[in-house]
Design a protein around this ligand. Structure first.
Ligand SMILES: [Zn+2]
Length: 236
């Protein structure tokens, strides 16, 4: 009773606002108003006649199953959610959308006898320090909260490192700038992933190159690992 009076009072002083359109949103609508939520185009693999996702990934890394929530469009309120997740410290958005993804996985994923390992695609350490978190990890956390078919390994399987190129004549700063970020297997992860289900987690698929790189890396060490992917959105 008291709490509900307090909440009503707080809503009067700070009414919940839609992150996208700025209008007042219903208390029961998270982050966006219902009208903005309705503008986000849901990804339905059975209606995707162009099979975009398949064509981006096939032939590079054999993807067992894929889970994607939405189409990413530039004018979409989804873009606002992503920007808040990445640059405005709103990590709870990753957790929230990750739970949707977790529901999908729980309903239709065939994980076999042991839970699948969730592998959030890493961001570089400096970026993570800057931002305080990796958004893909927040999504994975949401998935794991919702689905018992998956776990997040305690030790990261993939890490991001810098690779120095061989042009040693450059000064230190331009040499640092010319270093490429690459994925590497974490030597501290010693578990055998052969015959194990792996779900790569990322916020968005554009070209599919990042997921491909991560998948290839895992298969290079554990060729019998089964790779699936879970992402919030796919660009059109
Ligand atoms: Zn709105």
């Amino acid at each position: 009773m008291f709490l509900s009076i307090l909440r009503t009072g707080l809503n009067f002083i700070y009414p919940p606002i839609c992150l996208h359109c700025g209008k007042r949103r219903d208390e029961n609508a998270d982050f966006l108003c219902f009208s903005c939520w309705n503008q986000i185009k849901v990804y339905d693999p059975s209606l995707d006649i162009r099979q975009v996702l398949k064509s981006r990934m096939t032939g590079r890394v054999n993807i067992d199953q894929n889970f994607t929530l939405y189409w990413y469009q530039h004018s979409s309120p989804l873009k606002t959610l992503f920007q808040n997740l990445k640059y405005q410290n709103r990590k709870e958005i990753g957790l929230f959308l990750g739970k949707f993804l977790g529901g999908k996985i729980e309903d239709s994923f065939e994980s076999g006898s042991e839970p699948a390992f969730l592998v959030p695609v890493p961001v570089h350490k400096l970026k993570q320090i800057d931002r305080g978190y990796n958004q893909a990890y927040m999504i994975a956390l949401g998935i794991a909260k919702k689905s018992k078919k998956v776990v997040i390994p305690e030790t990261d399987i993939i890490i991001k490192t810098r690779q120095t190129d061989s042009q040693t004549k450059k000064d230190r700063i331009s040499r640092w700038k010319s270093q490429q970020e690459v994925f590497g297997l974490n030597p501290e992860f010693t578990f055998d992933l052969n015959n194990r289900q792996i779900i790569l987690v990322d916020d968005i698929i554009t070209t599919g190159a990042t997921l491909e790189q991560a998948g290839k890396l895992i298969l290079s060490k554990w060729p019998k690992a089964k790779i699936s992917i879970a992402t919030l959105a796919l660009t059109e």
